[in-house]
Design a protein around this ligand. Sequence first.
Ligand code: SAM
Length: 297
Amino acid sequence: MDQRHLLMHQAMLGDRRRIEAYDRALAGAVDEDTVVADVGAGTLALTALALRHGAAHVYAVEADPQVAAVADRIIKANDWDDRVTLVVGDARLARLPRQVDVTVCELMGNLGPEEDMARILRTFNRRNLRPGGVVVPERVVTRLAAVQFDDEGWGIWSDDFLGMRLDVVQELVEPSAHLHFLSREPVLLGEPAVLVDTARGDTGLRAARPLALPLERDGTLHAVLGYFTATLAPGIELSNMPSYLGCNWAVFVWPLRHTRVAAGDTVHVRPRRPEGPAARDVTRWRLDCHLDRADKR
Ligand SMILES: C[S@@+](CC[C@H](N)C(=O)[O-])C[C@H]1O[C@@H](n2cnc3c(N)ncnc32)[C@H](O)[C@@H]1O
């Protein structure tokens, strides 16, 4: 067994806010007549929640054979054989023996769409969700924000680090992203802007257009952040911004050279998703960025 799988699932199971949000969403969607599909079932946390709310049956769909083997052990250890059917394979190819009333899924990446949840669910639901069925989450939005940090995580981006100049290091750094759990809320220099919204039919980042981030206050631009907000059910939201204790999703941070900005300025940004497996490496995610000053003098 690849231990990395188990550690990844440990982080997800340890994220209590995530579990509680899904629990509340499923409480409103599941009763004893409900047939549920858990897409990307992993170690069956969402299956367990659906069963706790009385689901008649759960189809647990898992693509990774090693993870599916773990799920199988859990099903057997809990005597769930008559309540849970494990379907091993890619959800995009799955054809269940009957249509389900509810699809539940947690395939959000740190930015939201990296794991292709919207596309996977669109294909899966077309075949397997009954007309009018419920999807949890019903919507995922990715936003980008221009921020000023309060001395947090600057490192090599500091103008003065213990009295040492680091601009010579900054010149070597490529404009790539890194992942960060924020310990303090950053100052938003303007309203975060929507990059991807599944409610308007966006499925991923490939088609993401350049985005304008109008600044509404004077300050110092330190970074552009990227994060997601999932609406699991009406009024039940889950977001990785701001970070919270136990959160298993970091925030995408594109650090920038510290730049004084003013209200009325606009930061134009465009994240560039690397092609293929390189997309898993956050440092390969570049950001085209350009500042348009309101005062051109
Ligand atoms: C983020 S984990 C969530 C696991 C579990 N649902 C939970 O909430 O704890 C996503 C899981 O989906 C699986 N997965 C990813 N893409 C899939 C696909 N196309 N079809 C089925 N499973 C997939 C992964 O192997 C992984 O186990």
